[in-house]
Design a binder for this molecule. Structure first.
Ligand code: ZN
Ligand code: ZN
Length: 141
């Protein structure tokens, strides 16, 4: 598996204060998630890219908070930047896109959990919208 990782593009990132840095080999494209959980965590919705957990590492102190029985959110223990979302049973996790240093090569693919979106704004970017997850999932590689 380490062989695979060598062929994947390496992305780096950090929180606002620099306490946490991370490295990901191979990111999926970016999805906007409008679920209630993301609304509470950020006040709006998130943009996040997916990474295989085995291809991901970080340094610095991350505060992991249980946000449901199924998942946890990772924030910088110092500046509280929202960095990661991790569903325990999944082999992948999400990295909040605003913390990625260089997003070149990544594009926004669409909107998920639109069924839970608040009605104070309209989605007008023309990207695909899904009530929950797209049938093919949010990771295509
Ligand atoms: Zn920080
Ligand atoms: Zn969400």
């Amino acid at each position: 598996m380490a062989e695979d990782a060598k062929l994947l593009k390496i992305y780096t990132g950090q929180c606002q204060c620099g306490n946490v840095t991370f490295k990901a080999a191979g990111l999926s494209d970016i999805w906007y998630c409008h679920c209630t959980q993301c609304q509470h965590l950020t006040g709006h919705h998130i943009a996040a890219a997916g990474v295989a957990k085995k291809n991901f590492s970080y340094t610095g102190r991350v505060l992991w908070s249980a946000i449901s029985k199924l998942s946890q959110a990772g924030h910088c223990a110092h500046c509280n930047s929202y960095l990661f979302w991790d569903k325990h049973e999944s082999q992948n996790m999400s990295i909040l896109a605003g913390n990625i240093d260089d997003t070149s090569g990544l594009v926004a693919k669409g909107h998920i959990f639109v069924s839970e979106k608040k009605d104070y704004f309209e989605i007008t970017d023309g990207l695909p919208q899904y009530d929950t997850y797209p049938p093919e999932g949010t990771r295509e590689t």
